[in-house]
Ligand binder design. Sequence first.
Ligand code: GAF
Length: 388
Amino acid sequence: MIDIPSPESTARAFEERYGRRPDGVWSAPGRVNLIGEHTDYNDGLVFPFAIERRTWAAVGMREDRLLTVHSGAMPEPAQASLDALDPSEFDGWSAYVFGVVWAMRERGVSLDGRVGVDIMLTSDVPLGAGLSSSAAIECGVALALNDLWDLGLSRRELICVCQLAENGAVGAPTGNMDQTASLMGEAGHGVLIDVRAETAEPVALHFADENLELLVIDTRVHHEHATGGYGARRRSCEEGAAAMGVPSLRDLSESDLPRAAEVLDDETFRRVKHVVTENARVARTAQVVQADGPRAIGDLLVQSHASMRDDFEISVPELDLAVETALANGAIGARMTGGGFGGAAIALIDVGRADEVGAAIEAAFADSGFTAPIIFVVNPAAGAHRDL
Ligand code: GAF
């Protein structure tokens, strides 16, 4: 077990386990989504940022064709062979790692003549908290193999590889926001993603300059996107687009909503309305943050949460309580972040108020009989890179 993960501690853990130094250590961050939820798989707009919480991968080449992975957080090591990569045989968390190799092959990377690797993973991205611990694993491993196997894949291609690992090996029908944020993030910046245009632009997010900071409230209500509501929401969006006669919901704007209300059943209409208005909120947030600074985006965050709670119906009582309590205690804006059905909320607050707002949320959770949340401050941080 590793208490405080770092590049060097991950290299040491590798050495203890494998009896040699790794060939290198790579890391990739989790992310917070500032705004733009369930828009990515609708060809839409998203505005996340990479956070300081990261997953480190110490990797060493082998002489045979085996892939092995150890993680301090998981009791059992996992193993696969470059000659028999079958997602249906990937067990649990190891699908995030072996899925990347499988996805590279699916996207045309030849595995012939390549040697296997040993991997030691450490992470301080909370698992199942909606902060993309899975993308952090995928992106760190993908970057390491790209370097060690000298594949020359671009970051854009690595995003596709990691999304395919998530969709095809893990079985979660997600978009590519998380992988894009993890691979394209920059310190002090959000990543304004236009999925249809395949662009990911850095946009300065200087919270501290305006005396602001961003709190994450991990509700500890765990969720998985491979099962349940996430896929159902995605299907509703596809059905809504088909009924409206467009390839994707990106092709609709707010002026189409009156017609959508006539054509669609009530539930599908509300799903569509969320996505259409959320795209508009992302565009507006990016404009406002650049023109007037982050203090001016509070209302957009609040509207986004209401849309997810009432129209897309992906919030849970713990997320609503975190948002309401933060706002009642002076937050400038707050919303759930990520895929929903659990996970985390964010709150934009004045510097120096984190303890007070956090204590109010903890008290509200205790009063409601909810599990105590985990609350911490995040800052926009660097994307995936090689550390050692
Ligand atoms: C999860 C998914 F992985 C993303 O692709 C995105 O759809 C998000 O939920 C919702 O915005 O993080």
